[in-house]
Design a binder for this molecule. Structure first.
Ligand code: ADP
Ligand code: MG
Length: 325
């Protein structure tokens, strides 16, 4: 791999979970209804994402591995709001720091595969696959020991992968997800699975029955910004480690304004050392929000931050008050 590729790759793929995020987002962009993820040794030796999406045509397989080739740019729309991808960086970056195999089949064609290792591509070859796409990442960072050293234990990396999948799955309840740990070989062990369903059943699959039983449904709108989701009663004792899931126009986001709004909504009913648990989806016209999609996190800037904050605070306070808090 050229050095420039390897350096840039570190930005997109800093650990197995970031590779998983990119691959699962690609599967979602491809219209998959079923996504299966298999991981060995915390993703260090194997990550395999299998989807039933529209596939990659044979003559685009090599292109998919080339820098800045994306099929998702939409006219002048720099950040296409309907898809996660737009940079055309993930696959080439992964191909630069791992052994990568992509097998794919579009509806009316045969199946083809391509392999790349350390940035060197092999010719496209026929393979066997019923439909959709399988992306296999082996030996991530094998050629960059400095990065390998950064990784945590298999268990911690697996935990991070699981969180990424759960987060993405919350915003895609119509897609089924299965995560397997195949470290021991064979079929492996299912560590997370969620069947296709609605937002409430997906929330239960991710956060558990206890959360669902203690969650208030939120639905509110103000000046074109819509808020939906679920917020836990202050009496809910959190079982899962991560209990705040915020989305803007379907993208998971980390945002100070929104986290602050959530905290403010619970300020009177929850002691400061406890974190409110909630799954919240904000939807608004794209011109009302700037989305800055950095590979590692997604930040948003609302044109009127006070509006989003006010909407969250009032809707949650109203729901909590309605439930006697
Ligand atoms: P981006 O998602 O930003 O376009 P990627 O490097 O992630 O860039 O992917 C490059 C291209 O490969 C995509 O634009 C898409 O055309 C194709 N692709 C990748 N993964 C899949 C998949 N699972 N199903 C269908 N097409 C895919
Ligand atoms: Mg992508």
């Amino acid at each position: 791999a050229r050095a420039s590729n390897r350096i840039a790759a570190g930005e997109v793929v800093e650990r197995p979970a970031s590779a998983v995020k990119e691959l699962v987002e690609n599967a979602l962009d491809a219209g998959a209804t079923r996504i299966e993820i298999a991981v060995a040794e915390g993703g260090k030796t194997l990550i395999r994402v299998t989807d039933d999406g529209h596939g990659i045509p044979k003559d685009e397989l090599a292109l998919a591995l080339s820098r800045h080739a994306t099929s998702k740019l939409d006219g002048d729309d720099l950040i296409n709001i309907r898809s996660f991808g737009f940079r055309g960086e993930a696959l080439p970056s992964i191909g630069a720091v791992a052994r990568l195999r992509i097998a794919s089949r579009t509806a009316d064609a045969e199946a083809w595969e391509i392999r790349v290792s350390g940035g060197t591509m092999e010719p496209v070859a026929p393979c066997t696959l019923r439909s959709g796409t399988v992306v296999e990442v082996r030996d991530l960072f094998h050629a960059t020991p400095a990065r390998l050293k950064f990784l945590r234990t298999d268990r911690a990396e697996m935990q991070a992968i699981s969180e990424v999948i759960k987060r993405l799955s919350l915003a895609a309840p119509a897609v089924s997800f299965t995560l397997r740990d195949v470290s021991g070989g064979g079929e492996g062990r299912v560590t997370f699975s969620a069947e296709r369903g609605d937002a409430a059943s997906r929330m239960e699959a991710v956060l558990g029955r206890d959360f669902r039983a203690n969650a208030l449904e939120i639905e509110a709108e103000r000046e074109g910004i819509r808020l939906t989701g679920f917020a836990a009663l202050p009496t809910y004792s959190r079982g899962a480690a991560v209990t705040q899931f915020l989305f803007v126009n379907g993208r998971p986001v980390r945002d100070k304004v929104l986290v602050g709004a959530l905290r403010a909504a619970y300020a009177d009913v929850l002691s400061r050392d406890r974190h409110p648990a909630a799954v919240l989806f904000l939807t608004c016209p794209p011109e009302r929000v700037d989305v800055n999609v950095h590979p590692a996190k997604t930040e948003v800037r609302f044109r009127e931050p006070g509006l989003a904050r006010g909407l969250i605070v009032s809707a949650l306070k109203h729901a909590l008050a309605g439930a006697g808090h």
